[in-house]
Design a protein around this ligand. Structure first.
Ligand code: SME
Length: 152
């Protein structure tokens, strides 16, 4: 069973993204590195802020994701709206959860910000296992996002 080693991914991403400032290139690279590093990650992707209170699908790995999510809907919308990490142990217990894959049992969604604090999107990781994510994942993923997107 593969478990992500956050300290290694941090170094890999630093090397791979050095000098890169294109948001989509950074998102695509990060999502690829994350998705293949951990068996818990069944859908790994970004939604980007593309309009007022609106998220659009960005780079992802896994089955197809919804194209558009308003800030008012789902776990991704809640992360974008509140600016807080959403750690959902049981998606069936989350009011308004958007089920793109019926196999999804739990998820974590984190806000993605530029260095000046502007919200540019969210990172959504979905798992087919219940309660797959914990506070350590939240802390480590927040750190990775800050490293990769904080330089923008
Ligand atoms: N986890 C999301 C939706 C699933 S995706 O479209 C892959 C939500 O409820 O926000």
């Amino acid at each position: 069973m593969a478990r992500i080693k956050y300290s290694e991914i941090l170094k890999t991403l630093a090397a791979l993204t050095e000098g890169e400032s294109d948001e989509v290139a950074l998102m695509a690279t990060m999502v690829c590195e994350l998705h293949h590093a951990d068996d818990r990650f069944d859908w790994t992707g970004f939604y980007r802020v593309t309009g007022p209170e609106m998220l659009k699908i960005g780079p992802y790995q896994g089955g197809h994701g919804c194209l558009t999510i308003p800030f008012s809907r789902g776990v991704c919308g809640a992360a974008a709206r509140t600016g807080e990490v959403q750690l959902v142990a049981d998606v069936d217990a989350f009011p308004g959860h958007i089920a793109c894959a019926s196999s999804t049992r739990s998820e974590i969604v984190l806000p993605v910000r530029r260095g000046d604090g502007t919200l540019i999107g969210v990172l959504d990781i979905d798992s087919d296992q219940p309660a797959a994510f914990d506070a350590e994942d939240a802390r480590a993923l927040s750190g990775l996002l800050a490293q990769v997107f904080g330089k923008l």
